[in-house]
Design a binder for this molecule. Structure first.
Ligand code: SF4
Ligand code: F3S
Length: 109
C-alpha cells in the first residue's frame, strides 16, 4: 500500500507535501508530483498537508482516478533523477486550476 498523488495536483503543484515526508519519496515533473510506491511507508503525514487535497491512500483514490495509482508508479521511475524534498513556489496559475476536474490531459511528462 502507498499514498498516491491524484488529478488535482496537475497544474497546481503546491509542494507542501514534500516537506513532511520522512523518506523523501516525492518525484517532480513539469506540472505534477508523484509518490514512489515502493518507497512510501504509508505514514499518512502528507495527506493533510496538500492544499489541493490531491493525496489519497491507494485504497481511497476517488472513483475515476484509479489510473493515477499506475501513473505514480510509472512516473516515479521516469522522474527518478528529480527527487524533491523542499517546498517551492506553486505553479503560477495554481489558484485558478485548483478544483478544475479532469486535468490528466494537461499532465506534462
Ligand atoms: Fe511520504 Fe508518508 Fe506521504 Fe508516503 S504517506 S509519501 S511516506 S509522507
Ligand atoms: Fe501536488 Fe498537493 Fe503536493 S498539489 S505538489 S500533492 S501539496
Amino acid at each position: 500500500m502507498a499514498f498516491v498523488v491524484t488529478d488535482n495536483c496537475v497544474k497546481c503543484k503546491y509542494t507542501d507535501c514534500v516537506e513532511v515526508c520522512p523518506v523523501d519519496c516525492f518525484y517532480e515533473g513539469p506540472n505534477f508530483l508523484v509518490i514512489h510506491p515502493d518507497e512510501c511507508i504509508d505514514c499518512a503525514l502528507c495527506e493533510p498537508e496538500c492544499p489541493a487535497e490531491a493525496i489519497y491512500s491507494e485504497d481511497e483514490v476517488p472513483a475515476g482516478q484509479e489510473q493515477y495509482i499506475e501513473l505514480n508508479a510509472e512516473l516515479s521511475e521516469e522522474w527518478v533523477d528529480n527527487n524533491i524534498t523542499e517546498q517551492k513556489d506553486p505553479l503560477p496559475d495554481a489558484a485558478e486550476w485548483d478544483g478544475v476536474p479532469d486535468k490528466l490531459q494537461y499532465l506534462e511528462r
